[in-house]
Design a protein around this ligand. Structure first.
Ligand code: GTR
Length: 325
C-alpha cells in the first residue's frame, strides 16, 4: 500500500491532453486523507462537477481519497512542490510553517461553529487564505471540521484532572503539543493513519478529533470514552499548488476560485449531517459521550496564547476574531 501510494504521488501531475486542435482538457489531482463519501471528499468532487460544467469539460478534478497519495503532512509538501495539484487538509499541519494559520488553530479561539463560519467567511478569512501564496500554495476556500474533543481507551476524562499523565496523539503542530501539555497530559505527534494501532497497542492512551473522524477512522473501537470538551474548532483549507494555478488564464482562475467557494455550502450541509450521524453511530456501538465543564480547559490555555500569539500582527488577529459577533 505504501509503495503504491508513493508511485501514485509521483504520477499525480495535472494531465493536460489535447483533444482536437482547439481544446485541451485538464484533470486536477486532489488529495484527501478521508475515505470516499466523507463530507470533504464529496465537496471537492462537487467542486469538480461545477468546474466541468462551467468550462464545458475543459477542467475537472479527480479526488484521491483515503490517503492514497500519502499522509497529510507529506501531501502538503508534495502540493507545495506541484506534484499534487490540490489538497484538502486541516489548518493544523500548516501551523509550524505559516504563522497566521496558528490563530484559527488556537484552542477555544472560536466561541462556536457559527462564530468560526462568520470569521472565516469574512475579511479575516480572506487575509488568512492570502498568506498561503508565500508558501507556493493558493488558498481556495475553507471547509468545516466541527469541534475536536479528546477520547481515551482506559481512563475516561470527566474533568480536567483526568487528563493528568495521559498520552494523546496530536497532529504535527507545536501548538497542539503545548495545548496538551497545558492540560497536564503528554502529546505525541503522529500521522493520522498510525493512530488506531498506537491506541490499540497502548503506545498512547487516546487522541482528539471531531465525531466524523473519530467514527470513520474506527478510533471509537479502541477508545470508547469521548469527552465533549471541544477544545478546537479548527477549519480546514482547500489549496492548489501555485505552479498548477499559474498555468491557468486569469479567467479560468476566477472560475476555479468561484467553484471552490460554491462548494463550501455543500460541504457544510454534508458536514452537519455527518456529525449528527457519527455521534449516533458511536453511541450505538458502545461509546460513552461525556459532558464536561469546559471552563477549566479554557482557563488552562493562557500559556498557549502567550507563546504563539507573539507578534503585534497575531495579537491584532486574535483581538479581531474575539470582537467578531
Ligand atoms: C481530521 C481532518 C484531517 C486530519 C485529521 C487528523 O479531522 O479532517 O484532515 O487532519 O483530522 O487528525 O490528522
Amino acid at each position: 500500500m505504501h509503495h503504491f501510494a508513493r508511485l501514485a504521488a509521483g504520477t499525480a501531475i495535472a494531465v493536460t491532453m489535447s483533444i482536437g486542435a482547439a481544446s485541451a482538457q485538464t484533470v486536477l489531482r486532489s488529495s484527501d486523507t478521508h475515505p470516499d463519501g466523507y463530507p470533504t471528499v464529496e465537496a471537492v468532487k462537487y467542486m469538480g462537477e461545477l468546474l466541468e460544467e462551467r468550462t464545458d469539460g475543459r477542467i475537472s478534478i479527480e479526488v484521491f481519497y483515503g490517503a492514497q497519495l500519502g499522509e497529510e503532512a507529506d501531501t502538503i509538501e508534495q502540493t507545495r512542490f506541484g506534484v499534487i495539484d490540490m489538497n484538502r487538509v486541516s489548518m493544523g499541519p500548516f501551523n509550524n510553517l505559516i504563522a497566521e494559520t496558528r490563530v484559527p488553530s488556537l484552542p477555544y479561539i472560536f466561541r462556536s461553529v457559527d462564530h468560526m463560519r462568520t470569521v472565516m467567511d469574512g475579511e479575516i478569512g480572506e487575509e488568512i487564505l492570502a498568506t498561503f501564496e508565500d508558501y507556493d500554495l493558493i488558498g481556495l476556500a475553507f471547509y468545516d471540521a466541527g469541534a475536536r474533543s479528546f477520547y481515551t481507551s482506559e481512563r475516561p476524562v470527566r474533568s480536567i484532572a483526568d487528563m493528568e499523565g495521559q498520552r494523546f496523539r496530536v497532529m504535527q503542530s507545536d501548538v497542539f503539543v503545548d495545548m496538551v501539555s497545558a492540560l497536564g497530559a503528554n502529546a505525541t505527534p503522529l500521522p493520522y493513519g498510525e493512530v488506531y494501532s498506537a491506541i490499540q497497542t497502548g503506545v498512547i492512551d487516546g487522541a482528539e478529533n471531531n465525531p466524523p473522524s473519530y467514527e470513520s477512522s474506527a478510533h471509537a473501537e479502541v477508545a470508547r470514552y469521548y469527552t465533549l470538551d471541544e477544545h478546537l474548532i479548527v477549519p480546514e483549507v482547500l489549496v492548489m499548488a501555485k505552479s498548477t494555478w499559474d498555468r491557468f488564464s486569469a479567467e479560468d482562475q476566477e472560475i476555479i476560485r468561484q467553484a471552490a467557494k460554491d462548494s463550501v455550502a455543500r460541504q457544510r450541509e454534508l458536514w452537519d449531517a455527518a456529525e449528527a450521524a457519527a455521534l449516533e453511530t458511536v453511541l450505538a456501538a458502545g461509546s460513552e459521550v461525556i459532558e464536561v465543564d469546559k471552563q477549566p480547559f479554557i482557563d488552562a490555555m493562557a500559556p498557549v496564547y502567550e507563546k504563539y500569539v507573539d507578534t503585534p500582527e497575531l495579537q491584532d488577529l486574535v483581538a479581531r476574531i474575539q470582537a467578531t459577533e
